[in-house]
Design a binder for this molecule. Structure first.
Ligand code: FAD
Length: 287
């Protein structure tokens, strides 16, 4: 199923993310976690591509197994920063032959050694390539607080417009912890004539230190309320998890109540976290 069809419906959506393992020996464990999340029948699941240290070679096989075993639509991520046109085309052929219909088209982070592709500079070029290949519903990433490399949020939004013009039909946000930031951002997108569905990316904090580090790297602002929770419960994993799930649940309820219809949870290969969040929203997501 193409996600554009799902987003066109009235019903709110709730989706989860998994990332492929860093090493081959972890494949079965990650595959099982992905299937345990799929068993919850979310509206769709995304499978990252080489993000957070994961490898890219398992993206298609994990997505395929989710679709075949539980009939849950998947969104396969694809990056281009280190890829040639040939590699991208190979991956597109694999996705097509496995029946995966949705791609989140990304540039990817610039590698530390600076070795980048000469074929692609920006995600918009990858989107053009996928449109040319044909047959996929394409999404892109967006940054309510601006992409770190961008000189301003306004300039970043101009560049988001280029992705939409290239053929991106929805945008998933980077994590944020203050919903007002998203509401302001959507107003700004609308003022620039960008009206594609926005999927709000929500990160439940289960490991406070890890999240604080990645927020520092991505420039995500942490509200005082969040910092207090992280400082109080950061050293108590069970309490942190409970507080993190509660924080994410509250954030999501406010999003739905404010008319944001699509929420994507960065569930970090944790079926129990996905299950608890879904249970907390069971009546709300009936629409
Ligand atoms: P782009 O849209 O190309 O933007 C990158 C920078 O270039 C921005 O600053 C933008 O303003 C600027 N820019 C864009 N177009 C132009 C232009 N024409 N002229 C001048 N400047 C321009 N990484 C992974 O490795 N694997 C994943 O699976 C993954 N999944 C992600 C999912 C989501 C929802 C998000 C938000 C991020 C994800 N990332 C992933 C991280 C992402 O790859 C990085 O944030 C990366 O640095 C930017 O990717 P992009 O697709 O947004 O790039």
């Amino acid at each position: 199923m193409k996600l554009s069809e799902l987003f066109a419906k009235e019903k709110p959506t709730l989706s989860f993310e998994v990332f492929p393992p860093k090493t081959d020996d972890l494949y079965e464990k990650v595959e099982q976690a992905a299937l345990d999340i799929a068993k919850l029948s979310p509206d769709y699941m995304s499978v990252t591509y080489g993000a957070g240290g994961g490898t890219s070679k398992y993206t298609v096989s994990i997505a395929k197994d989710i679709e075949r075993t539980y009939n849950v639509p998947t969104l396969a991520h694809l990056t281009c920063v280190s890829s040639s046109k040939e590699t991208v085309r190979e991956q597109l052929k694999k996705l097509r032959s496995e029946g995966i219909e949705n791609i989140l088209a990304l540039r990817g982070d610039i590698p530390k050694d600076g070795a980048v592709s000469t074929d692609y500079k920006y995600a918009s070029q990858l989107i053009e390539e996928i449109v040319d290949f044909g047959g996929f519903c394409i999404g892109g990433a967006c940054y309510p607080e601006g992409h770190l490399e961008s000189e301003s949020l306004e300039q970043d939004i101009v560049n988001i417009g280029k992705k939409v013009e290239a053929g991106c039909s929805f945008l998933t946000t980077q994590m944020f912890f203050n919903n007002d930031i998203l509401y302001d951002y959507i107003d700004k997108l609308h003022r620039k004539g960008i009206f594609v569905p926005i999927v709000a990316g929500i990160m439940p904090i289960t490991n406070a230190r890890q999240i604080m580090r990645s927020c520092e790297l991505s420039g995500t602002v942490l509200p005082k309320r969040f910092i207090k929770i992280a400082e109080r419960y950061g050293d108590n994993p069970a309490a942190m998890k409970q507080a993190g799930i509660a924080y994410a649940t509250e954030q999501i309820i406010d999003l739905y109540a404010s008319g944001i219809k699509n929420v994507h949870v960065y569930s970090m290969n944790k079926p129990d976290v996905a299950e608890q969040i879904q249970a907390n929203l069971s009546e709300i997501i009936k629409g």
